[in-house]
Design a protein around this ligand. Structure first.
Ligand code: PLP
Length: 351
């Protein structure tokens, strides 16, 4: 007899991480190429000397600093082992069985369906529009009395599109008050569109809206694993209850705190990414590619059936991109020379 694991795990899709290929340029995982912010590296080194001690279980200092930054009480901030852990915690804290539904756009962040299945809940997906943007009217129409959580990813991974303030406010006003809306703002720091909302403004006065952000992307701490949620105290309390004790490690806590002190470095980095994003997209458009309008640190090429061939061509040119076969290719914005290598590969692609 073999051990008994959950039968439904056989159907669980595996998370596909961007590949790291020695000697190749990695533009596959939406990491920044520049590393942690320059002034943060020493903090991480110093914190290494203390790793024989357990971290602060309550992540107290980081919680205080974030609460102050966003003008909320500390009971409205939760820290997680990356914001993907917080996404999982909110589903665990709201869903109990297959009758509970978790709603999100598709294509969107590929962790959502996995997290939903792990919790034993049912994923419900709504296709993105022809412009690769979230279809909020269709998402509103897909909400049922069983919908526990709606993930609204803006800018959307992998399409890069951002929602505008008015349409998102209209959507939030229409969602039933017992359904939690998660604004997944993992790429918030890269947004330059003045019509894009700040989730921290939208959640004010709403009892069912949470914003989630991360230190993994713009702050360059993907390997440290730290993200945060800001929302109503009742939701934050539930998120905290299902947290694994000590999951936010000591290096991550120290690095995140130091990163919040390096606002100028962050601003400069994000401005560079936004400029390169514009250059990469306009070059691709000139080459005849269809490219979604992006507000994140990546671009989306809806290549459909030629996505895999494009992927293989990039790989042959030592550039690693993230491909969703039959659908499209997501390419992270790197340093200018890395982007040049990618654009050269794109230019020589013959479908
Ligand atoms: C990268 C990402 C996250 C969070 O990543 P962590 O490393 O777990 O903080 C969350 N949502 C989206 C859409 C992402 O792309």
């Amino acid at each position: 007899m073999s051990v008994r694991t959950r039968a439904d795990l056989d159907q669980l899709p595996a998370y596909v991480a961007g590949k790291s290929v020695p000697g190749a340029i990695k533009l596959a995982s939406n990491e920044v190429s520049g590393g942690p912010l320059p002034s943060v590296q020493e903090t991480i080194t110093n914190a290494g000397a203390e790793v024989h001690r357990y971290p602060d279980i309550a992540v107290g200092r980081l919680t205080e600093v974030l609460a102050e930054r966003f003008g909320v009480d500390t009971d409205r901030v939760a820290i997680g082992c990356g914001s993907v852990a917080l996404c999982q915690q909110i589903v665990q804290a709201t869903c109990q069985g297959a009758e509970d539904e978790v709603l999100f756009a598709w294509r969107s962040f590929e962790a959502y369906p996995i997290i939903t299945r792990i919790a034993g809940a049912t994923p419900v997906t709504v296709p993105v529009t022809g412009e690769h943007a979230l279809d909020l009217d269709a998402m509103r129409a897909a909400i049922t009395p069983h919908t526990r959580v709606v993930f609204v990813c803006t800018p959307n991974n992998p399409t890069g599109t951002v929602l505008h303030r008015a349409e998102l406010e209209r959507f939030l006003d229409a969602v039933p008050s017992e359904t939690v809306v998660v604004l997944d703002e993992a790429y918030f720091e890269f947004v330059t569109d003045p019509d894009a909302p700040d989730g921290m403004d939208l959640l004010r006065g709403r009892d069912n809206v949470v914003s989630m952000r991360t230190f993994s992307k713009a702050y360059g701490l993907a390997g440290a694993r730290v993200g945060y949620a800001v929302g109503p105290a009742k939701i934050i309390e539930a998120i905290r209850k299902v947290c694994i004790p000590f999951s936010v490690n000591a290096l991550a806590q120290a690095a995140a705190l130091a990163s919040l002190d390096a606002q100028d470095e962050l601003t400069a980095r994000c401005a560079e990414v936004a400029e390169e994003r514009g250059r990469v997209r306009s070059t691709l458009l000139d080459l005849g590619f269809d490219v979604a309008e992006s507000q994140a640190n990546f671009v989306w090429l809806p290549l459909g059936d030629t996505a895999q061939a494009f992927n293989d061509h990039c790989m042959a040119n030592k550039v690693v991109v993230r491909t969703f076969a039959g659908d499209g290719v997501r390419v992270t914005i790197g340093k200018p020379d890395e982007n040049d290598a990618f654009l050269a590969a794109a230019k020589s692609f013959r479908p």
